[in-house]
Ligand binder design. Structure first.
Ligand SMILES: Nc1nc2c(ncn2[C@@H]2O[C@H](COP(=O)(O)OP(=O)(O)O)[C@@H](O)[C@H]2O)c(=O)[nH]1
Ligand SMILES: [Mg+2]
Length: 225
């Protein structure tokens, strides 16, 4: 067997076992009526800031938990706790993405009566796209300073997501970022993407995103009932 074939078989094995664990996580979350949301994007694109703000909006009406994925440190979980939300940090010690087995290890700490479970993946637009975590909704974020050429360079993240959130839209007056181009490219890759333009700084688009998430929760619960 050639080296490349062996590598492919190992990868298929890892993805296969990840899929099994993810399916059992999804089953438990769905049974408990929890909407789990996996956030994918490059480092620094505004995942934690968005969660701080959207979490504060939703927490008056809903029970929320946040899983934070990072290579090292508890920094993002600390930020989320400061925003008044419970958070669990997973440190991957080098791995560039979260895997379902990492969630399974802390799963018994997650309250069964949550409404929303947000999962902030490791900052990376590539590897996290291949690993199902048992979520019911996947959000890909693109921040305006990253440039408007990203969807076709990193298609997998856009193909596997249901929602595209453009972040840091308050910076648009200062950047050569063509919002229409990004949305057009993203929709060419995945026509089903629901798109939101947001800013954690100005608050733009957060009410709309919050209302969408609440509607998704309601719809999925009624489907499962
Ligand atoms: N101007 C602006 N800066 C933002 C916004 N959201 C986040 N940032 C800044 O971008 C940097 C990275 O944000 P962070 O939430 O840590 O990104 P993450 O690595 O994806 O979690 C921080 O310095 C934030 O203050 C935004 O909406 N507008
Ligand atoms: Mg973060």
């Amino acid at each position: 067997m050639g080296k490349e074939t062996k590598e492919l078989l190992v990868l298929e094995d890892i993805l296969g076992s990840n899929k099994k664990i993810a399916s059992s996580i999804r089953k438990k979350l769905t049974e408990n009526g929890i909407l789990a949301i996996n956030l994918l994007s490059a480092p620094g694109s505004g995942k934690t800031s968005l969660l701080e703000k959207i979490g504060q909006k939703l927490k008056n009406k809903h029970k929320i938990g946040v899983i934070e994925g990072d290579i090292e440190t508890e920094r993002d979980a600390d930020r989320i706790r400061k925003a008044g939300l419970p958070a669990w940090q997973i440190t991957t010690h080098g791995a560039c993405h979260l895997e379902a087995k990492m969630l399974a290890q802390i799963f018994d700490q997650i309250p069964a009566d949550l409404d929303f479970l947000f999962i902030e993946n490791v900052g990376n637009l590539v590897c996290p796209a291949s690993f199902d975590l048992g979520e019911s909704l996947r959000i890909v974020l693109v921040s305006t300073p990253e440039g408007d050429d990203k969807p076709k360079k990193y298609p997998e993240a856009f193909i596997t997501s249901q929602v595209l959130v453009l972040t840091k839209c308050d910076l648009l007056p200062y950047l050569p970022f063509d919002t229409d181009r990004v949305i057009k490219e993203a929709l060419e890759i995945n026509p089903h993407l629901k798109v939101f333009k947001t800013s954690a700084t100005s608050g733009e688009g957060l009410d709309e995103l919050g209302a969408f998430l609440e509607a998704e929760l309601k719809q999925r619960r009624s489907q499962h009932a």
